[in-house]
Design a protein around this ligand. Structure first.
Ligand SMILES: NC(=O)c1ccc[n+]([C@@H]2O[C@H](COP(=O)([O-])OP(=O)(O)OC[C@H]3O[C@@H](n4cnc5c(N)ncnc54)[C@H](OP(=O)(O)O)[C@@H]3O)[C@@H](O)[C@H]2O)c1
Length: 277
């Protein structure tokens, strides 16, 4: 059964709670995965300028014949393009590569300095106010980055996309963001390049057998039940379908506590305060 839950952002825009991630999906993989995802019911695709696949994603969107207004498309501004003028130019460049005339969501990919983020955000606000993008947000922003951004922002970000999975559940950041009306979007919801750690977890193995589903499905549904937007990536058709078909999975209170207990804070992506790129 296809799962099509929407989440309503603070400006009223609806985002499908499950999207297809496309990090490390290059060339034909990005094209084929996007096309397959749209064919089987995904209506949300997550890309970024740095993924070097916006052209392929855009081509798949076009070839899918799904009406543009039924697809939620996110892209992200790369770090070197932060700044007022450069952000506006980068936005147009992403649109051109995607072959689209608007994005549904545009994110600042990583925080750099507070000053750069403020200037970039001003450009994002103007793009939003000019109706060139339906929602704007940030990614990899910690508490202090958000606090500083809000000192000069006119518009509160609609989402913060951060590494979130069973081992990094981000409870405090979740409460902080949700308190401000900022939805958390969980990237690497399957632990990304460390997915083997998820698949080898004996607690999850036992739970998957007991429930008659897979470990990725458990990992995804648990986060979805917390109202976290998730963007699992796969280039494999059967997995793309598996990751969407999770609506029938439910957890007892005890199972939920077990899953909450897997949170050990072990990140697989860089600390946003110490990035070397
Ligand atoms: N904002 C940021 O800084 C940031 C950083 C990282 C990621 N992201 C976004 O978040 C998305 C998701 O993160 P991610 O791609 O790093 O990792 P992920 O979605 O947690 O995991 C992807 C890995 O899991 C495998 N996989 C997917 N479904 C599976 C299943 N049902 N069974 C077994 N294996 C499965 C994939 O393999 P195959 O592809 O070979 O099937 C791939 O190796 C990205 O694609 C990107 O859009 C954002």
């Amino acid at each position: 059964m296809i799962f099509l839950k929407d989440i309503t952002l603070h400006n009223g825009v609806k985002i499908p709670a499950i999207g297809l991630g496309t990090f490390r999906a290059k060339e034909n993989d990005a094209y084929a995965a996007t096309l397959h995802a749209l064919k089987v019911g995904y209506r949300h695709i997550d890309t970024a300028a740095i993924y070097d696949n916006e052209e392929e994603v855009g081509r798949a969107i076009k070839d899918s014949n799904v009406p543009r207004d039924e697809i939620f498309v996110t892209s992200k501004l790369w770090n070197t393009e932060q700044g007022y003028e450069s952000a506006k130019a980068a936005y147009q460049a992403s649109l051109d590569r995607l072959g689209l005339d608007y994005l549904d969501l545009y994110l600042i990919h990583w925080p750099k300095t507070y000053e750069k983020a403020a200037a970039t955000w001003k450009a994002f606000e103007e793009l939003y106010e000019a109706k060139k993008v339906r929602a704007i947000g940030v990614s990899n922003f910690l508490f202090h980055h958000i606090e500083h951004l809000l000192e000069t922002a006119k518009i509160v970000p609609m989402v913060n996309q951060v590494e979130t999975h069973l081992f990094v559940q981000n409870n405090k950041l979740y409460d902080f963001c949700m308190g401000l009306g900022i939805y958390l979007e969980g990237y690497a919801p399957l632990a990304s390049h460390e997915i083997e750690k998820l698949l080898a977890n004996e607690t999850l193995q036992a739970m998957a057998v007991a429930k008659g589903c897979t470990i990725p499905q458990i990992a995804l549904k648990y986060q979805l039940d917390r109202d976290i937007i998730i963007i699992p990536k796969s280039k494999t058709p059967a997995r793309i379908e598996e990751n969407l078909n999770i609506s029938d999975i439910s957890f007892t209170e005890e199972e939920r506590e077990t899953l909450a207990g897997l949170n050990n804070g072990r990140k697989f992506f860089p600390d946003p305060d110490n990035i070397a790129f």
